[in-house]
Design a protein around this ligand. Structure first.
Ligand code: NAD
Ligand code: MG
Length: 389
């Protein structure tokens, strides 16, 4: 280990956020000492990344990928492991800094394991916070862990927020690009294909979040995420559609001042902020040229064409188990849409119906959150069966 290096682990290292994190770590190898990298089942991709950054451990969640990982790492000195328990061990190995970039509630338990160790957790995995927000932030606080938001909007808010004087903040405005279907009619969206839905105009991301951006469920989840990260009432969070994705979000103060963070739409900027925090590090990202951009546009979100946003507002307002139910139903619906089993508009219908017809007492522990998650998935899966074409 190089002297004074920050030890880092990356959960979800083979994904879009994971790769961007690795790219930054590789550019400043002396500054970081990589403890563990994890993935679901891409053994070859994980082994290659682990060798490149000199990780000590590489872990796949899928036991079936273990043999491939072991052979890909043979002779490298990097320890291979597999299974959910091994992912939890890697997450709780005590790195100074952990990137939580597993997609979906699959990332909840590993993220909690990292928080319990009291280090710094850079959170990309918004679904975990949506499902278990109150529990997660409490565990972070009780263990002296620092939760740094990586989602570009929340990272922007974090940078603009007066943490020493939170009472001075009146309103938080999250920007939304509007996604690939911003100008599509309902009829056009009804026949939208997975390939069209994942083709985001500004950001290159994993499949699940790309579909969420097309339904605007992503912005809905982000609303709930913001509520847990910043101490304001739920109605103090607003959304404005800003197609250029240059302003990443805004914080309005009591006196009418509004602070915003701007930058090129490249996740390496918020990731670098979290990676170097409280310092700053250089990135190779494109610099903002406002004169070249010329003008920035804004419009209100259309809740009729994008009902997912209204569902998230409802779940946030009602609280309890509702956000976990919404998130679980959405995960099932998005996976079913990507598999070609349901149509694009069915995603919000399934999420909405699950939210209506299933409820549970407010979960008080992670185990209870996972119970709600499992049951809501079962309800949503039955709806998929009914709709399947
Ligand atoms: P991705 O699909 O590209 O990558 C997901 C990662 O999680 C992969 O490494 C995959 O192997 C791993 N994984 C998936 N299922 C797993 C399981 N069951 N167990 C263990 N590991 C598993 O996703 P992404 O786009 O990188 O997004 C990751 C998270 O970051 C999501 O929660 C997303 O909402 C959030 N996020 C992403 C972006 C972005 O630009 N991609 C921006 C903001 C927030
Ligand atoms: Mg975002």
């Amino acid at each position: 280990m190089s002297k004074g290096a920050r030890s880092v682990s990356i959960l979800g290292a083979t994904g879009s956020v994971g790769k961007s994190t690795l790219d930054l770590v590789e550019r400043e190898r002396d500054r970081f000492d990589v403890v563990a990298l994890t993935a679901w089942r891409d053994a070859a991709g994980l082994a290659e990344a682990a060798k490149r950054v000199g990780a000590r451990h590489a872990v796949v969640a899928d036991l079936a990928a273990y043999a491939d990982l072991r052979s890909a790492l043979s002779g490298s000195g990097i320890e291979a492991a597999a299974g959910e328990a091994a992912i939890l061990d890697a997450a709780g190995a005590g790195a100074d800094w952990t990137m939580a970039a597993i997609v979906g509630t699959a990332g909840l338990a590993p993220t909690m394991a990292a928080l319990r160790k009291g280090g710094t957790v850079a959170l990309a995995n918004k679904e975990a916070l949506v499902s278990a927000g109150g529990i997660m932030t409490k565990v972070a606080k009780d263990n002296g862990a620092t939760l740094l938001p990586v989602d570009s909007e929340h990272n922007a808010i974090f940078q603009c927020f007066d943490h020493a004087n939170p009472g001075a903040v009146r309103r938080i405005i999250l920007t939304a690009s509007g996604g690939p279907f911003r100008n599509r009619s309902i009829e056009e969206m009804r026949v939208a294909t997975p390939a069209e839905a994942v083709a985001h105009p500004n950001w290159s991301m994993g499949a699940k979040i790309s579909v969420d951006s097309a339904t605007l469920m992503n912005k809905g989840l982000e609303l709930i995420e913001a509520f847990h990260l910043f101490p304001l009432a739920h109605d103090a969070f607003e959304i404005v559609v800003h197609p250029q994705s240059v302003i990443h979000s805004l914080v309005e103060y009591r006196d009418g001042s509004v602070l915003a963070q701007l930058g090129a739409p490249d996740m390496r900027i918020p990731i670098a902020y979290a990676l170097a925090w409280p310092e700053r590090m250089a990135t190779p990202c494109e610099r903002l040229d406002l004169a070249k951009i010329g003008s920035l546009d804004f419009e209100p979100p259309d809740l009729d064409r994008f009902p997912a946003l209204g569902l998230a507002k409802e779940a946030l307002r009602e609280g309890g188990a509702k956000p976990a139910i919404l998130n679980a139903a959405n995960e099932v619906a998005v996976a079913s849409f990507l598999d070609g089993r349901i149509g694009f508009l069915d995603i919000a219908s399934i999420a909405g119906e699950t939210l209506q017809c299933y409820d549970a007492v407010a979960p008080a522990t992670i185990e209870e959150v996972l119970d709600v998650d499992r049951d809501a998935r079962a309800v949503a899966a039955r709806m998929v069966e009914r709709l399947k074409h």
